[in-house]
Design a protein around this ligand. Structure first.
Ligand code: CBF
Length: 838
């Protein structure tokens, strides 16, 4: 490693090199120092927010020491590295995670007590880093945690959005979006003003022949925007490896401020360029499984890909290895199609800047990239219009056309009889305007393509990528079933359960090897264990009930069955099925005599999740949920028998309170639409059961925990297309009578102005019921009845939950990362050297 301090002065450096706090007193001294100096507060004006700042900075110092060491170790060993390109990293809060991974939380808790603060209050001051929409972004965050924990040399690359996903407020039952100023105080990031990349847009391409007759392409003119790196340390658990998440922020390339314009009185123009440049990294597009092509989004994608690739190539070139070694040093994973422009960008670098021939460059590119598909929904598959790409990235469009031409030749040679195949698989869709199909480009430019659960990986091979399986053979396609990090989703979210498990397994090794959980199945009949397990669930329900009261003023009884559906609001996830089911339950309760009601299992239906701001139907579903809540929760006949709660602004830190508190959680997507789902895993790992369709990872969860421990219902994915066809063409599509009853009361205005909900109802009654709500309604209601009955037998229920937890070992994101490393990346861990006593 190159060092800037000369040999003679290193002794002094080593003597004064930063050290970690090791005792309570040292911790307190660090906290007070940071509060008094870094934050300029004192004994007399230190609130919880300042205390959070002091503690976060004290822990950050510890992190940074290991982070520097890890980066030095990786630079000198120069192993193959993984680069995870994801436009979203839904990190949540960092402090609690840092304390767990770095250790010393107990010491800190005691020290904080001495300084006059409670740890929980301080932790809750932190704002979520909400740089993601939902499952895809949270998966990326779990993967970073696992990569560091397993000592893989890995970097995450994304954008430093000034505003993360919007904050959701519910006003009169409607979702209202307000900005999330998460960067107001963020102690976890380090601006690297010396690490910048100038990214080019627009302009034109000039071609000429050099002396040797080789055609040269030069991308000229246009506009430059500077990418500035901001780094965040990602600590592993039980290891000193601390990896890096690099986020790019955009700024004008010619400085922030144009003095000439200012001096001539053009005050607004003097900062306009800066504002235009900053817009690129200003907002996270708040869409999940729904792509809307906007020029700014394409700009974001290229800006991020170009800066990241420049950085990756710069690091590779330091090793002075030959270009053919690039894929042996670099594995780039494309998290969905969002980073697909990295493929033509790497081609551009290799061809135009490094002078490689096409074939060599293309072989390097294909060996370097892997692509993860996260959805088969047609509306979520990205396409960009050719004129837009031509305008913004003229050289890339040429490269994409060349990639396509070579690919077309290949297909033509291998499938000369299947003329239509060319049109079907072409990267360019011959529409008006022509479109670039990003998923096809990602498949063609990668050596492996994976889905995220078994059913999903099978489906992509028989639907969207069917032709590509014929072209490349099945081996190019693989499956890596998603997982979650047990550090956050068990230990942090549910410390008491984690402690109980540790007490039986003789320590916390299960947090690094989740398959060890199987050993707790031996305690399924152990009275003490059962009692404590049940008490923990109850305490977690009390915690959620307290939160519900504080945040929403709604009292819920923790002895009720807690039924939870939290995730993005989307028709395919079918929150509408759930709320229609709640209405049906309400009508049945209303029909009952007081005596009959006494026999009923009380239930609280919790919902949570954001709707994309432009997705009207999803917003209507939120509105209906809130309207139903307003009626049901105030109905004296009903009392505690049924409550409906919409938990506002669902995010990662709230999920940490919500997931441990469920008895039942709902994962009820139309079969074949949810690629995997990961909250299903979080709920089961925390001792809740699932009502679900045969979709995504529900299927593998069933395989692992056993059919007796899950409540499955609904049509199967293989029948979905036929049912849809029948709705449209057979003419005898009849709405389920129970659902019809629900619609009748909605139409009668029981939950407010019926007109507000007519589009939602009509999507089922008149417009073909694409998501099969009516087809699955009866089986959903019947299954909910089974759940009520099963819950009455608390002992049997407890056995199911304990058994399920013990069988969840497969769903650790550590397992996923090892699978990616072996099947896709071909990378090895680089463990830190053992320290004394470690
Ligand atoms: O693979 C992670 C998750 O990604 C999505 O959220 C996505 O954005 N496409 C899917 O909808 C989830 O099923 C999946 O778990």
């Amino acid at each position: 490693v190159e060092a800037s301090i000369p040999e003679g002065q290193r002794a002094a450096w080593k003597k004064f090199s930063a050290t970690e706090f090791k005792t309570k007193d040292e911790f307190e001294s660090e906290v007070v120092k940071h509060i008094e100096t870094t934050l300029a507060r004192s004994l007399f004006n230190c609130d919880e927010a300042a205390a959070y700042g002091g503690v976060a900075l004290a822990f950050r110092d510890r992190l940074v020491i290991e982070w520097n060491r890890t980066q030095q170790r990786q630079s000198s060993a120069d192993p193959k590295r993984v680069y995870y390109l994801s436009l979203e990293f839904l990190m949540g809060r960092a402090l609690d995670n840092a304390m767990l991974n770095v250790g010393m939380k107990d010491v800190a808790k005691e020290g904080l007590g001495e300084l006059g603060f409670r740890m929980e209050d301080v932790i809750s001051q932190e704002r979520d880093a909400a740089l993601g929409n939902g499952g895809l972004g949270r998966l990326a965050a779990c993967f970073l945690d696992s990569l560091a924990t397993l000592n893989y040399p890995a970097w995450g690359y994304a954008l430093r959005y000034k505003y993360g996903i919007f904050k959701q407020e519910i006003v009169d039952g409607y979702q209202v979006e307000v900005p999330d100023y998460w960067l107001d105080f963020n102690p976890w990031e380090f601006p690297r003003h010396d690490v910048t990349v100038d990214v080019q847009f627009y302009g034109h391409v000039r071609k000429y022949m050099d002396e040797s007759g080789k055609q040269i392409s030069v991308w000229e003119d246009g506009e430059l925007v500077t990418a500035v790196a901001y780094d965040a340390p990602i600590p592993g658990f039980g290891t000193r490896t601390t990896n890096n998440l690099r986020l790019w922020s955009s700024k004008a390339s010619h400085g922030e401020f144009d003095f000439t314009k200012f001096n001539s009185g053009e005050y607004e123009a003097s900062v306009a360029e800066q504002q235009r440049a900053e817009t690129i990294s200003a907002v996270l597009y708040p869409n999940d499984s729904l792509e809307r092509g906007k020029e700014l989004r394409l700009k974001q994608q290229y800006f991020w890909c170009a800066a990241s690739l420049f950085d990756i190539v710069r690091r590779f070139k330091k090793s002075r290895k030959a270009w053919k070694e690039f894929p042996n040093q670099v594995a780039i994973q494309l998290n969905d199609t969002h980073p697909t422009l990295a493929i033509p960008e790497l081609m551009r670098i290799l061809l135009d800047q490094e002078g490689l021939e096409w074939d060599e460059a293309w072989s390097i590119v294909q060996k370097t990239f892997g692509y993860t598909n996260h959805t088969v929904l047609p509306e979520a598959l990205e396409k960009w219009s050719v004129p837009l790409v031509q305008h913004l990235l003229p050289r890339h469009l040429q490269i994409i056309y060349d990639i396509n031409l070579n690919f077309m030749h290949y297909v033509e040679r291998n499938f000369p009889k299947d003329r239509e195949m060319l049109g079907r698989v072409s990267i360019i869709e011959e529409s008006t305007p022509k479109m670039v199909r990003m998923a096809y480009l990602a498949v063609i430019g990668s050596h492996k393509v994976n889905g995220v659960a078994e059913l999903h990986s099978d489906l992509i091979k028989t639907t969207i990528f069917k032709d590509f399986v014929k072209i490349y053979g099945p081996d190019k396609f693989t499956n890596v079933t998603n997982g979650i990090t047990p550090r956050r989703w068990l230990h942090q979210a549910n410390p008491r359960l984690s402690e109980l498990i540790a007490s039986k397994l003789g320590g916390y090794d299960f947090l690094r090897d989740l398959t060890l959980l199987h050993k707790i199945e031996a305690y399924v009949d152990d009275k003490e264990f059962r009692k404590e397990f049940q008490e923990i669930k109850y305490a977690n329900k009390v915690r959620l009930a307290k939160y519900t009261k504080e945040a929403h003023g709604i009292s819920v009884n923790p002895s009720s069955l807690f039924d939870i559906q939290v995730k993005r609001i989307h028709e395919y996830k079918r929150q509408q099925l759930n709320i229609f089911g709640v209405i049906y339950r309400y009508l049945e309760l209303k029909d009952m005599s007081p005596e009959e009601r006494k026999k009923v299992q009380p239930r609280v239906s919790f919902f949570g999740g954001k709707a994309a701001p432009g997705y009207w139907m999803a917003k209507t579903i939120i509105h209906l949920i809130n309207q139903v809540g307003a009626v049901v929760n105030n109905d004296k006949d009903i009392g505690d028998l049924l409550k409906v709660v919409f938990l506002e602004d669902y995010n990662v830190s709230k999920a940490e309170i919500i997931c441990p508190a469920s008895d039942i959680s709902e994962h009820i997507s139309t079969a074949g639409t949810e690629a995997s789902g990961t909250s299903n895993m979080k709920f089961v790992l925390n001792g809740g059961l699932v009502i679900g369709t045969c979709d995504g990872a529900n299927i593998e969860i069933t395989r692992e925990i056993g059919e007796d421990n899950i409540f499955l219902f609904g049509n199967l994915s293989e029948d979905v297309e036929d049912l849809r066809h029948a709705h449209t063409y057979s003419g005898d599509f009849a709405i389920d009578p129970k659902l019809e009853r629900v619609f009748a009361v909605i139409r009668a205005g029981r939950f407010g102005d019926a007109a507000q909900f007519s589009a939602l109802v009509n999507s089922i009654v008149e417009h073909g019921d694409y998501y099969l709500v009516s087809d699955d309604f009866a089986s959903y209601i019947d299954t909910q009845k089974l759940i009520d009955a099963a819950y009455k037998d608390q002992e049997a229920w407890l056995t199911k939950t304990i058994t399920s937890v013990s069988r969840m070992g497969f769903f650790s994101s550590d397992r996923c990362i090892d699978e990616y490393a072996e099947m896709i990346w071909n990378v090895e861990p680089l463990a830190p050297p053992k320290q004394n006593g470690a």
